[in-house]
Design a protein around this ligand. Sequence first.
Ligand SMILES: CCCCCCCCCCCCC/C=C/[C@@H](O)[C@H](COP(=O)(O)O)NC(=O)CCCCC
Ligand SMILES: Nc1ncnc2c1ncn2[C@@H]1O[C@H](COP(=O)(O)OP(=O)(O)O)[C@@H](O)[C@H]1O
Ligand SMILES: [Ca+2]
Length: 552
Amino acid sequence: MDRLGRLLLLSELRVRNAAYDVSLSRSLLSWKRRVSSPVYHPFRPSMCHSVPVSEIISVREEEEENVSKQIDDEGSWKKIREGERKDCRQTFTVSYVERCRQHRWRCAEVTFTCPDRVLCQSWVSSIREQLASITSRPKHLLIYINPYGGKRQGKRIYEQKVAPLFAHAGILTHVIITEHANHARDHLRTNAELKKFDGVVCVGGDGMFSEIIHGLIWRTQINSGIDVNCPDETLTPCSLRIGIIPAGSTDCICFATVGTNDPVTSALHIIVGDSQPMDVCSVHHNNSFLRYSVSLLGYGFYGDVLTDSERKRWMGPARYDFSGLKMFLTHNYYEGTVSYLPAKGIMGTPRDAARCRTGCVVCQHNGQKAEKYELDETSDCESDGEWRTIRGKFLAINAASMSCACPRSPKGLSPAAHLADGTTDLILVRKCSRFNFLRHLLRHTNKDDQFDLNFVEVHRVVRFRFTPRHCQSDSDLELDLLDNSKSQIFSQICRDHPACGCAPAYSSWNCDGDILTHMAIDVRVHCQLIKLFARGIEKPQVFEDLSNPCAL
Ligand SMILES: CCCCCCCCCCCCC/C=C/[C@@H](O)[C@H](COP(=O)(O)O)NC(=O)CCCCC
Ligand SMILES: Nc1ncnc2c1ncn2[C@@H]1O[C@H](COP(=O)(O)OP(=O)(O)O)[C@@H](O)[C@H]1O
Ligand SMILES: [Ca+2]
């Protein structure tokens, strides 16, 4: 088939000794069993298969074991010399992506037997030509492995599950096993010869991914002459894509962009050259740059869980359960002021039932809008001065730039958040009783709406600031006094539960799994600043795919 959908090749080949009509177009490889009788047979396995060319991993030619021998005139087997094999049967094997349950991908294989070598070679070269024309596939990757993340299995996971697939797909790799924290970040900032590579892969958790984006974003901004300390600068998007092989404790960035934490699935998304843009928040304090964040920025509960859990790293991923329970029982609250700039004129709200999925129209629409804003500086909504301010006592202040779905919370902290819409969902959990807070937390783990509680509010924003109470100006503190008398509804919640014994405290920020000790921060979302080797979570497949000629 050419561009118009015509076939490039059509032959009768054999698959496991049965005859199939096999066809190749620019977009699809299909094989359909030849049937002698047209009678429908309910128990016969599916007789028609098709694989998008974009999901073929590789093709290799093989000689069938018994075809390198032929029966001679006397009726005995003789070996065939090179050049005599033109009429032998030859096989070629195609490896391709097969979808399994819960968004997992596997590498499947099908072997086709051709009547002669010439036909076999023509099939192999046609498929290879189609694969070579896919320019989005990486050929050379820079790989960082954190040997200490998660259950300390990063090196083994890479060597046993991922490296063989990359080799199979003909991808060259340069592997660095990190020797200390920030090794990968600093190498990317200064030493890595990035021009040689088509992408960077990290084997580890969210903390390791954070190192990679810090190295790449920093280098990209320095090369473009951008002052990273200025929160108002428009940042330059990074050109290299990033792959994540999950080998950490939460692996929320992998889970929320792929739908599963499975190293083989992630490796296959890298091999087929997927691309998923992603928002990045910059975090500043007093006009000096602190960090970037792509998933959760959490003050209060999630900040304290992280700080406490770091001291229990020896427990592995279970440290989060232990510290989670401990901080829940501690039940501290945190006073301060949150100001935010609501996202205007965008599609979507944090309470939507729709989810961000592969090819998300909300991300496409809002991404184009954000691009226009960047070009037309005067229309920057920040100059509209529509900042809103909330003072109060909070158990948690969370900003989720993506759903933050992970195995602990399959729908995430903000289930309707988008990966690439240029916004973050600011979730404020006011001081309330332990019982109510537990109701909210449990809703992270089940199907109920965690925002449908009177002490929780959520806003979709493009920028926000937090100032803890002790950093507030005198005039703000006076306003606090006034507000306190007005906001009786919330203080009431705790008086109703005197046993809860809330204590005021100061927390730190959990920034994608890194602790930020500065409490007063200024956060701005940069729409689609980085790209991942992913495609977002796929929608469930339609049983009868009309693009599949077999279905017709
Ligand atoms: C008492 C019942 C509590 C049930 C609460 C379950 C809620 C879980 C929500 C998890 C959100 C995770 C957001 C992602 C955070 C990660 O970036 C961070 C670091 O990950 P990694 O580097 O892979 O270790 N993980 C956490 O902060 C763990 C939070 C766990 C809180 C219980
Ligand atoms: N070789 C190393 N030794 C110690 N720490 C490291 C090393 N390489 C990376 N790190 C740090 O380990 C931290 C946690 O890594 P991560 O892969 O996210 O695992 P986890 O999900 O278990 O937290 C990261 O913040 C990273 O900076
Ligand atoms: Ca977002």
